[in-house]
Write a protein that binds this ligand. Structure first.
Ligand SMILES: *[C@@H]1O[C@H](CO)[C@@H](O)[C@H](O)[C@H]1NC(C)=O
Ligand SMILES: *[C@@H]1O[C@H](CO)[C@@H](O)[C@H](O)[C@H]1NC(C)=O
Ligand SMILES: *[C@@H]1O[C@H](CO)[C@@H](O)[C@H](O)[C@H]1NC(C)=O
Ligand SMILES: *[C@@H]1O[C@H](CO)[C@@H](O)[C@H](O)[C@H]1NC(C)=O
Ligand SMILES: *[C@@H]1O[C@H](CO)[C@@H](O)[C@H](O)[C@H]1NC(C)=O
Length: 326
């Protein structure tokens, strides 16, 4: 005698009347394609199931057996062979590896030795796995203060939402400089430190969370804090002596450095201007100019004044200089 066919009309009645009062199953269960979904049954401690029937309810309302157990006799139809596991201790069904066709309604009916029923229904949602989480930048490189950088996170998968991480801390947006909109993080007037991160995007749904590769963007800045130094640091130098001028600036990429003498560009380039065997005609005003080819910005140093005097006139010249200054 088939216990289930006998009891079928009663079961349907129970199903209608008992949907919300005795939830044997949670209302909704989610699983990821290719993985297993767990159907946890909440069975009262006083209830000792003797028969278990787990079914898929097609969209047409037809009940298709997935797993059927009466006492020790288990029947699994070929379509579910090896795909369904029932744990009699924990009352848990495992179904998988899931494919999209597994999504839909499931019902479970438990019957005890006294033909008392306990049943439940649930909906299984099969999520596409989260994969290919990638950050795209609207710009390949950026200029500090000028560029607005839009980072877009892209990912495959169902119901994916995005989070951003700056190193190991979450990105904190302020709605102005940093704005978050769905999968996009917009950095307005980017600063040199903004995208050093590394920045990560985390794409997640209720079951999975996948992190992108680390992302950094080079932000050009400067030149700034330009400094000119002289060795020796004397204003008055003896004819025939040597002088080294050093120029530095904070810049990324490194600034191109040029030298000016009384306003004219010298042929020498670079951070160091070495003048040997000074002549009197090298008296004048020296300065350096830093240029960053990415930011297209310039910085000009202070002027270093040098007086080259004949050794005989050194004392005199020093006096002249002092008088000059006063
Ligand atoms: C059922 O679950 C329990 C607890 O997790 C576990 O110890 C047991 O091995 C499981 N039984 C089967 C048949 O998987
Ligand atoms: C957020 O993005 C959506 C779609 O790209 C766009 O329509 C909307 O205007 C954006 N909102 C803000 C505040 O930028
Ligand atoms: C990341 O952290 C650094 C250091 O705190 C900060 O300067 C920068 O603006 C942050 N960037 C983003 C995108 O949150
Ligand atoms: C100046 O530099 C040249 C070349 O480095 C060196 O030979 C010379 O001795 C230096 N002169 C003085 C006064 O230090
Ligand atoms: C930066 O912005 C200024 C002002 O809008 C503009 O003149 C300049 O050309 C920009 N620099 C670069 C490198 O785009």
């Amino acid at each position: 005698m088939d216990l289930f066919s006998l009891r079928a009309p009663l079961m349907i009645l129970t199903a209608i009347s008992c949907c919300s009062c005795s939830p044997l199953l949670p209302l909704k269960i989610s699983g990821v394609e290719g993985k297993y979904a767990t159907f946890p049954l909440t069975v009262p401690a006083s209830f000792q199931p003797n028969a278990v029937k787990f079914s898929f309810v097609s969209s047409a309302g037809e009940s298709i057996a997935v797993y059927d157990r009466v006492a020790e006799k288990v029947t699994v139809p070929p379509a579910y062979n090896g795909r369904v596991v029932y744990n009699q201790t924990t009352y848990e069904f495992q179904l998988g590896p899931l494919n999209p066709a597994d999504a839909g309604q499931y019902s479970v009916v438990l019957v005890d030795a006294g033909f008392n029923l306990n049943q439940g229904q649930t909906t299984l949602e099969v999520l596409e796995p989260v994969a290919d989480v990638t950050i795209f930048s609207s710009l390949p490189e950026a200029v500090e203060f000028n560029s607005t950088v839009i980072l877009t996170c892209s990912a495959k998968g169902s119901f994916v939402s995005y989070k951003w991480q700056n190193g190991s801390a979450p990105v904190v947006v302020d709605g102005k400089h940093l704005v978050l909109n769905g999968s996009q993080l917009t950095v307005t007037e980017v600063l040199r430190t903004d995208l050093h991160g590394p920045i990560y995007c985390v794409a997640e749904n209720q079951l999975e969370s996948v992190m992108s590769a680390p992302f950094t963007l080079s932000v050009s800045y400067g030149p700034e804090s330009i400094a000119l130094n002289k060795v020796p640091d004397d204003v008055v130098l003896k004819e025939g002596s040597n002088l080294t001028l050093l120029c530095s600036a904070i810049s990324s990429p490194a600034a191109e450095l040029k030298w000016l003498f009384d306003g004219d560009e010298l042929p020498q380039k670079g951070s160091r201007l070495v003048l040997t065997n000074l002549g009197k005609n090298q008296s004048g005003k020296y300065s350096c100019v830093a240029y960053n080819s990415k930011t297209k910005r310039f910085a000009v140093s202070q002027v270093a004044t040098v007086s080259v005097v004949g050794s005989v006139n050194l004392y005199c010249a020093q006096n002249v200089y002092v008088v000059d200054k006063v």
